[in-house]
Design a protein around this ligand. Structure first.
Ligand SMILES: [Zn+2]
Length: 497
């Protein structure tokens, strides 16, 4: 009898201090696949689902996959949206019982209006239906805040080991292979979790440089997996510090076969390394004026000067409509700059309706929460190009998967061109520029509302990369946010002995 596996994904990274809630509509307009659509869109990609379908072929699984959905990081997910997904998942589960195993490619930092631990809650509900014996495997983003509930209800949890995340496929594949072994009765996996008094650490899991806390952690992980018998997989989660929950912060998840006190000891040992390295970062942010000064320097080589607008990165839950750096660019004499992109559906509609060649006057950006990252900018310029905003990723990040910035246009403001989009999204692939006829390799200064993932596709062709702090909400100045739920004392909010 072929084994029957249930798979579903609902992915969100929640910034508790983003004032716009994440609604069902946000999931529906970004990624919302049901039943057969999941396989049609995901088979053959390098995302997690690509691994699900390849493993199904290899092991002969029958897979029931009612939903795969994703919304851009943002404010807490509405209870309505969460319950919608929960119903789809639990319904499909009940209707198709029994299952031999469960495989869930999740993010792990989803906060719902009415409760803090969306993945833990979903796992508890699934566990209640399938009972204690059916193995449940989950794969997580390295920016997951992994709770005790997740580690209790799941038998297997694997985590991305790269940032930019270029191992989505491999992470889900590891979870799926362990699930196969558990279903066969070869192993009895259990997750051993450790967490320290830290809400932000391991350099956010960055592996793009050859040094840093995550690199050190991965060396220890490789050694432990090789040396300690029964260690099946070790997840190192950097956590997501902008989610205000009692379990926010880095965790280590040791997947061990059976019971052995060495598993928990190993998890405790590894999390101590995260504590020791809590203040070490591989990147720093420059003030806007310094960013402009560098942008004014003559070209020092081929490729653009790449500027990461880190604090207004929608990939971290920011609004992606901050204007402070654009304002500084317009006031400067920086030549041939492109801003990708300002999310402003109102302005996008005006430009698209006006059509290519038309001149439009806009109150651009800064509308969502003008306390952060700059207020609306009055600008007049020409509509250069229009696109539907849908793109297939060609770079190393989530290769082959489809993303969208919604109907959008390219605005000509003279020495600066701005992409005005209707959906907020981080810059993660050069295709986001190519759809407007821009060759990003040839631009002089390329501003990307992005922090990590864009480095996979952009950094190799850039002459230099810098980061600026434009005053957005993905800020390391955590003290400015009214945290209520994180455990205290916690670093860096408190002095921890
Ligand atoms: Zn992540």
């Amino acid at each position: 009898m072929p084994r029957k596996v249930f798979a579903a994904s609902v992915q969100h990274e929640t910034h508790s201090f983003c004032i716009t809630p994440t609604t069902l509509g946000d999931f529906q307009k970004t990624l919302y696949l049901r039943d057969a659509e999941v396989e049609r869109a995901m088979r053959g990609t390098r995302g997690e689902w690509g691994a699900v379908f390849d493993l199904a072929d290899e092991f002969g699984w029958t897979v029931v996959h009612p939903v795969a959905s994703f919304a851009q990081p943002g404010g807490p997910v509405t209870t309505h949206a969460f319950e919608h997904f929960s119903e789809i998942i639990l319904d499909a589960l009940r209707k198709n019982l029994p299952f031999d195993g469960i495989l869930l490619p999740m993010h792990g930092a989803m906060v719902v209006e009415d409760f803090d631990d969306a993945e833990g809650e979903l796992l508890a509900r699934i566990r209640k239906i399938v009972g204690p014996k059916v193995p449940i495997a989950m794969s997580l983003d390295v920016h997951a805040n992994a709770s005790v509930e997740m580690a209790t209800h799941a038998d297997i949890i694997t985590t991305y080991r790269t940032t930019p995340h270029i191992d989505m496929y491999e992470t889900c594949e590891r979870a799926g292979r362990l699930l196969e072994r558990a279903m066969k009765g070869e192993i009895r996996p259990k997750v051993h979790r450790a967490q320290g008094p830290v809400m932000f650490g391991i350099d956010e899991g960055r592996t793009v440089t050859h040094w840093g806390p995550m690199r050190d952690m991965m060396k220890k992980v490789a050694a432990a997996e090789a040396e300690i018998p029964g260690v099946l997989d070790i997840g190192v989660n950097a956590g997501f510090g902008w989610a205000d929950t009692p379990f926010t912060g880095p965790t280590v998840l040791v997947n061990g076969d059976g019971s052995d006190p060495r598993y928990q000891a190993l998890a405790d040992d590894l999390i101590r390394l995260a504590w020791d390295q809590r203040g070490i970062y591989t990147i720093d942010f420059l003030p806007i004026a310094e960013g402009i000064r560098i942008a004014m320097e003559p070209r020092s080589g081929p490729g653009p000067l790449l500027i990461g607008d880190y604090t207004d990165n929608p990939g971290g839950g920011a609004h992606g409509d901050g204007t402070s750096f654009l304002k500084a660019l317009l006031e400067s004499k920086v030549e041939d700059a492109v801003v990708g992109h300002i999310a402003d559906p109102e302005s996008a509609k005006i430009g698209i309706d006006a059509g290519i060649g038309a001149t439009v006057t806009l109150n651009l950006g800064g509308k969502t929460d003008p306390r952060f990252g700059g207020t609306p900018l009055k600008v007049t310029g020409k509509v250069l190009a229009i696109a539907d905003g849908v793109y297939t990723r060609k770079g190393k990040y989530a290769t082959g998967t489809v993303g969208t910035i919604g109907p959008s246009f390219l605005l000509d403001l003279g020495h600066v061109r701005v992409i005005v989009s209707s959906i907020k999204s981080q810059i993660d692939d050069r295709e986001q520029f190519r759809m407007f006829g821009i060759e990003p390799e040839k631009v002089n200064v390329l501003l990307c509302k992005a922090s990590n993932h864009f480095r996979a596709d952009f950094e190799p062709m850039a002459r230099k990369l810098i980061y600026i702090d434009s005053g957005g909400i993905v800020s390391r100045n955590f003290a400015q946010f009214p945290y209520r739920k994180v455990r205290r004392p916690i670093w860096p909010l408190d002095k921890v002995e």
